[in-house]
Design a protein around this ligand. Sequence first.
Ligand SMILES: NC(=O)c1ccc[n+]([C@@H]2O[C@H](COP(=O)([O-])OP(=O)(O)OC[C@H]3O[C@@H](n4cnc5c(N)ncnc54)[C@H](OP(=O)(O)O)[C@@H]3O)[C@@H](O)[C@H]2O)c1
Length: 428
Amino acid sequence: MRKINIAIIGLGNIGSYLFKYLNENKRILTEKNNCIPIIKYVSAKNKKRKRNISIKKNQWLDNYLDSTKIKDIDLIVELIGGAEGPAKKLVFNALRNKKHVVTANKALIAKYGDQLTRIAEKNKVNLEFEASVCGGVPIIRSLKESLIANKILKIHGIFNGTSNYILSAMDKQGKNFDEVLLNAKKLGYAESNPTSDLNGDDVAAKLKILTSLCFNSFLNNNMHVEGIKDIEKTDIDNANKLGYKIKLLGFSELLNNKIYQRVHPTLIKKNTHVASIDGVLNAVIIDGKPVGQSTIQGEGAGPAPTTSALISDISSILRGNIKFPFSISSKERKKLKFENLSDRLFSAYLRFEVVDRPGVLSNITKIFSKNKVSIKRLVQNPDKNKKSSSIVIITHKSKDKYLNKTLRVVSKKNYIKRNPKLIRIDDN
Ligand SMILES: NC(=O)c1ccc[n+]([C@@H]2O[C@H](COP(=O)([O-])OP(=O)(O)OC[C@H]3O[C@@H](n4cnc5c(N)ncnc54)[C@H](OP(=O)(O)O)[C@@H]3O)[C@@H](O)[C@H]2O)c1
């Protein structure tokens, strides 16, 4: 029977789980793929580090880069992480030396995916990255294989479990952002430095990869990115009263031959499926022709779901299924036009904390109308003790640039007590 020799480079959370799982499930994977997966070598930074896996002496490579040169390695699994440094060196060298590569590294693929793909195609080897987007949610293979018939019009969803956990805990437990973040760290749902989860960068990297797969385009940095760090408990309560939930969503859509990529907190109707997805779960919704709307949801991170995705990639290689990494050949991928949001229409939620005095409300509504933003609902909550008032406005659809201009003009007025808020609404 055919066999494939594998090197696993990086034995941290993910690498050591994969090592164990592959060894324990070698027989069934061999039967399913008609090919034997053999873990020939492993490497990591520190040989002496205690790991709860049993590595044979002759399996360890002192220099991880040797894996790209040794003749009897067919496939390298990169589980170091990071867009630069050792992970970048490893993957570029591996592909140049005609080794198949499987990686869970979204940062690397979002930054160098186009270049890496060209090398993989030239050398007729696989570059697989199912585990880089939404862990156990099999969205990449679904787009490349199961949904191959479709013209994709839109992809959107919850792509970051940490943010989703924080927003749903603020809602369910009635706690503020900082309290919930602290708890998320204790429970292992947020890293000690959760910046890229909270500022939208993590979602942006995933969305960039998905956009390319959906629209057969190259990776493109033109994307609007906002995270959840400014969302307050008050916004969540206001949204609830108005019939919405707040979620951090990523969207990529094709409108009049232009692509819009955006990541931002979003008000969505309570009765939608996405609104009901709480905790660390991820969900991806695809709108395509002829499939209609299709949703995949599941665990977006953690060693077990990520290993499920890695084994899917490894199995594809065991079966000899050499595919273009981004679904079609680099020669056929398109340079599509990516637009910024300025002329895109949105309805929005705006909140202003103002000094409670006569004339303020009428001044605000005048600024709205002067900037072509029409008001659908307005709720005012005065606080007599603080001599302040909270004004919440839901707008009709208006160009994004008009919404932002309105916000800017009002925010400069002397009756404004704190930075105003603008959260876009998804009411499509
Ligand atoms: N954790 C998740 O839930 C998750 C989910 C999806 C995707 N991913 C992705 O999976 C990848 C791995 O994540 P992880 O959580 O397993 O990270 P991790 O626990 O930090 O493990 C990183 C591994 O890389 C090794 N390493 C670091 N620098 C190295 C170098 N110069 N040479 C050789 N090895 C080196 C480390 O060696 P030592 O062990 O000796 O320090 C460690 O074994 C990342 O790309 C991440 O984004 C993670």
